[in-house]
Design a protein around this ligand. Sequence first.
Ligand code: CU
Length: 729
Amino acid sequence: MKITRRSLIRGTVATGLAGAVGGTGELHARGRDKRRGGSGGNNGTTAAAKRGSGPFGYTPFTATFELPAVLNDAVVDPSDGTVQNGLNLSPSAGTAEASVGSEAVYHGFAPEYQRDHPVHAAANANTPANEKWDRFGNGVGIGGSELHYQLSVEHGTHQFIPGIDTRIFGYASASLDGQYNLSGHGTFPAPTILARQGQPIMMRVQNNLGKIGELGTAPECSVHLHGDHTPAHSDGYPDFYILPGRRRDYYYPNIGPRHSAEPAALGASPEEIARAGNTGPYSPSDLPTTMWYHEHGMDITGYLVSRGLAGFYLIQDDLELDLIQRRVLPAFYNTPTMPGFADDTVTDIPLALMDQTFDSTGTELPYNFLDHNGRLGDVFTINGTVQPKFEVERRKYRLRFLNASNARIYHLRLSNGGFIQLGQDSWEFPQAIATREFTLAMAQRVDTIVDFSDAPDEVYLENLMVQKDGRGPKGISRRNRTPLMKFVVKGPRHNNDVSVDVGTPLRPFERIQESEVRATRYFKFVRRNGAWQINNHFFSPRTTNATPVLNSAERWIFENSSGGWWHPVHIHLEAHEIVKYNGKRPPPQYRYNVDVSVLEPNGTSEFLMKFRTFTGPFVFHCHNLEHEDIRMMNVFDPRPEGHESLNNGTRPHNDDTFQDAYGSTYRDHSGMLENEEDWDQDGGLFFDTEGDVEVLADREVGFPANDFVPGGQIEPGPPGPDAPDNHED
Ligand SMILES: [Cu+2]
């Protein structure tokens, strides 16, 4: 029997052998308690921490809160050799140049795999000159060019706790090492990417993780830009891999979905309907602001993300820029000195919340592949620092919260008052709302303004949610609050502050109309055989579970039938609009665009969603990363009317009476064999690990109207000299 990485991981699950990797293998190392001076309370780091005894002798709120670095453009200025910053905020809002669309963008299969693509016509050797960056055409986007970034996935160290170097994986701002390889210094959080709507980004990522001793193999990677409207080849589909030692180019057009024309009104052919999503104006309500990117590789996302592979991706459009220039909102992150701002204080602050688990020395982050519940840490970090302090001025700050944890759900409040909430997940509200406190489940973002103008000298960010395992929280406790961060408020009240307040108009919102809905689908999130399923099936990347008509709207109903478990479910490609949450009108922050529907125990979410611009495959899945890895994931594949998904097992897209959640009306190709002994056999769970190079050779992935039809066999692009022939050790 050939041993693959998956059989190794799964084998530990099946046989009960040690599944934990890193350090002692014991998830909550008992030896640590002696060093920690007592934790107690509901969440590990609690009231005791506030009194001065944190993990590993750390005194809470003594380490400085860190702002994540910004990823620089990979383009080097030939005149002086300096690396140009990737952010380009010109031209300003309202100019014709700022409205450049996607028409000129090259669409289709990830072209690095297409040797007969014109950009490769002259390529015949592994030379950097032939590794074309600007392969999607000239003159695309603002300023006439796309931005180019390069990242590598690296081993590294990071001090979550001052003085203790902990081994992590990190995305690195990478540079060419010799002729072919990208490398750099991995950080957590990953470098923040700043983007401009309409200006495409080409992001080249190299997987340098190599063979991981404890794992016994070299993992594949896949990067997902969470909350974006991204072509399928660049969406981080779980097995569209960056193979070990290899690179992959991710193409982010930075376009929102456009208003889709009514296909019937157009009297259009399927091909024309397919293109309809690329006509008309952008829908401003669907243009994102606060996104993040993270690892998304099949079966192994929880392990990789928990070790640090996550970062922010913040994007501006004309409307956002206008709000900033009119001094309604604070200056964009990392650009405080832009015109109109007299000071250089950064007041747009991304905050990534992550709970961590350390071994007894603090140098390792143990991970237990046997833990199907969800990895829960007992040390609270924000932007990679345990319980930090942050000095702020007496003015308004934009705090963009992200829950980057694997399985922990927070309920956040401030010790001195509430928030002005600007948006939920990637999108802003029509107007700012008052939010006293909020729940932040995995992958959710909450975009807020906090006004420190009249704040006391010390303000705490506190977590009220009690949670003891990955199943989900036990509820809110107002007595046992966990302070996560301390704001030290200094100086006089700022006299030229931004104007945003409750009720300030932000972003027009246009609801999906019921009359646009063409199908209704039901998805039940269930626990079975100790693992996680949707409609009683495990995820298979080669099985499409839903094929919506491209550019149409549908009603989806999610139901959590798994007892006491929580499932925050993330849907790729577009926002969804919740119309009923647990059978009622949703709470205010869930009434607009979201990309996560938090399914509480026995909870439901009924929502409308459109499927515009790109054909699939895309996925939706629980964002408890261990639930995701153990297959609580489904595939949807928007296709033009009359076109079937190219995966097998297609559920009819035009069947709006479909209610059988248990497989009787569609072919089941879930890929999961009943007998674990068969897992390694062909056709079983362990499909082709070579990624999409081979398995998708005949597929059309990306935009619907394939502008480029390869003339022959698609072959992988030239590998770097260090690329292994066979990554199955
Ligand atoms: Cu879940």
